[in-house]
Design a protein around this ligand. Sequence first.
Ligand code: MLT
Length: 312
Amino acid sequence: TILSSGALMAQDYPERSITMVVPFAAGGPTDTVARLVAEKMSTDLGQQVIVENVGGAGGTLGAGQVATAEADGYTVLLHHIGMATAATLYRNLAYDTLAAFDYVGLVTEVPMTLVGRSDLEPADLASLVTYVKENADTLTMANAGIGAASHLCGMLFQQALNVSLVTVPYQGTGPAMTDLLGGQVDLMCDQTTNTSEQIRGGTIKGYGVTTPARLEIFPDMPTVAEAGLAGMEVSIWHGIYAPKGTPAEAVERLSASLQTVLADPTLAASLAELGTAPSPATDGTPAALQAKLESEIARWEPVIADAGVYAD
Ligand code: MLT
């Protein structure tokens, strides 16, 4: 009997390891989420899901690499909100965000924290606001490049305070955190998946959280809204994509695996320590990710236009 390639695919996929591209440096928040998920998907799929870090240009380099990768089910991308914001931020993006990818599903949504080096003068968020306004010409703020979540959050922070700080771009906030710990930069806005351990350990200062409510892991840390910082509420959602044209059977298998992993209580436990949770398993679907991406592009377009920050 001659099986159609689809039938063959459904039966045998995956036959070898899968590369999961993370468009930021190793050791950062996207990498942390990807490695937790990849490990569990490997078990479920019976093949290794290997994380590959392709940092640079605020996540657009790695996304671009996956956009042009072979659409065979063996290359996927784990990316965050930057997939939506870069569509507007970059005037000459190398790929068409809405046309270049197939969707696997949503992964998680992570709060952000406004953090500073451990010896930064202000003790709390209210005094930080005054301090930043008074010292805007000397303070530096780290981010992972235009299109990164840290860039978006830092931009909202500066807009809320009506200041313009010198920003220092990195390939990811993993390396940026190293410099914050070393005191080479003053401030950063970054996901709890990268900041919670250091805040807990007192090696950096945690000033505020960008979610509507305070976090269970840091009940004493105010929300940015409590300090009157308007428009700074943002959570960083993550999704898994495949190059456009990936066989439907592979996308379905990946999505089913993602849904299994999202329902795994040990993943929830690991993420809870980092101040977050997996997306509901029912959102580990192509439809949920597509809807999220489309609505987020529409949501951030006017905010970015208002800020007037673009990259080429
Ligand atoms: C970001 O700012 O977008 C992230 O922190 C990137 C990263 O994972 O390093």
